[in-house]
Design a protein. Structure first.
Length: 280
């Protein structure tokens, strides 16, 4: 169904830009919308919503909960999805997180009820931590500095490749059979941070080590870098989900949806190293 008109909200983000590319490769009509995209979209500026959504049959959006301060996440998602359906959007694919507990006093799935009640056909994607956090996300600075100091203990995580997340999103946007489903997405195996940085070190020749730190020390360090305390607690709690092994078991969702195994972390490392991700 490549004649479907699709808007990708957050179209320049880690998953969004990959979703845009994947849709275009399949011949779909795609509008990339973000604060710096082809069409401007800003969660906090409702005036940007209609221009981004108008004329679209389906939409991909990231249920963005990880921002500092207080806000009503469910109300924001409800307003957006209600607006989207009013404008003719009939299918929603929403990226959340494979963390259903409260983190730093906030729910990462706060908008789920609003999505379910929107009137559109919906699919929820809940991935584990992105492999790309190591080369284009929150872990990159630590890798480049030679040390990742995190309150993750000896916990293990089946890091998932953002390319796989995007491929599942594209499938859910274009193909039938995914409505009303929650897709939990992971890589094929769980690794500890020591193993993960060890693979990066071997692939790059860099010295990279993992240092477990306490929850309190990590929060204090973030605050020392002028990170808002509430957000520092949020990030520490999020890392703690790895320490506690809450989502350490890999899922078979990528295999079921795409008909192929998920990309292994080693594949991600080899590709990122070849592209010079850690040359800085």
């Amino acid at each position: 169904m490549t004649d479907r008109k699709i808007v990708v909200l957050g179209g320049t983000g880690k998953t969004g830009r990959r979703v845009v590319n994947g849709l275009r490769e399949r011949g779909a009509k795609v509008r990339s919308a973000s604060r710096s995209g082809e069409v401007r979209f800003d969660w906090d500026d409702m005036g940007t919503w209609e221009p981004a959504l108008a004329g679209a049959d389906a939409a991909y959006l990231v249920d963005r909960q990880d921002k500092p301060g207080e806000w009503d996440a469910e109300a924001q998602i409800r307003d957006l999805t209600k607006h989207a359906v009013h404008l003719g959007v009939r299918r929603l694919v929403v990226l959340q997180a494979r963390v259903t507990d409260t983190v730093g006093g906030k729910s990462l799935i706060a908008g789920e009820r609003a999505v379910r009640e929107s009137g559109a056909e919906w699919t929820l994607l809940r991935p584990n931590w992105f492999a790309q956090n190591f080369d284009e996300g929150v872990l990159l600075d630590g890798v480049l500095a030679g040390e990742l100091a995190l309150p993750a203990g000896s916990g293990r995580e089946p890091f998932v490749d953002a390319e796989d997340i995007a491929a599942v999103a594209v499938t859910a946007l274009l193909e039938d059979g995914h409505g009303g489903q929650v897709h939990e997405l992971s890589g094929p195996r769980a690794l500890g941070f020591e193993e993960a940085v060890g693979e990066i070190a071997r692939a790059t020749g860099r010295t990279v080590r993992y240092t477990p730190v306490s929850h309190e020390d990590y929060v204090a360090e973030l605050v020392s870098y002028d990170v808002a305390e509430d957000y520092a607690v949020f990030v520490a709690d999020l890392v703690a989900t790895i320490r506690d092994g809450r989502n350490a078991t890999p899922t078979d969702t990528v295999q079921r949806v795409l008909g192929r195994p998920p990309r292994d972390f080693s594949e991600f490392v080899a590709r990122a190293a070849a592209n010079g991700a850690w040359n800085g």
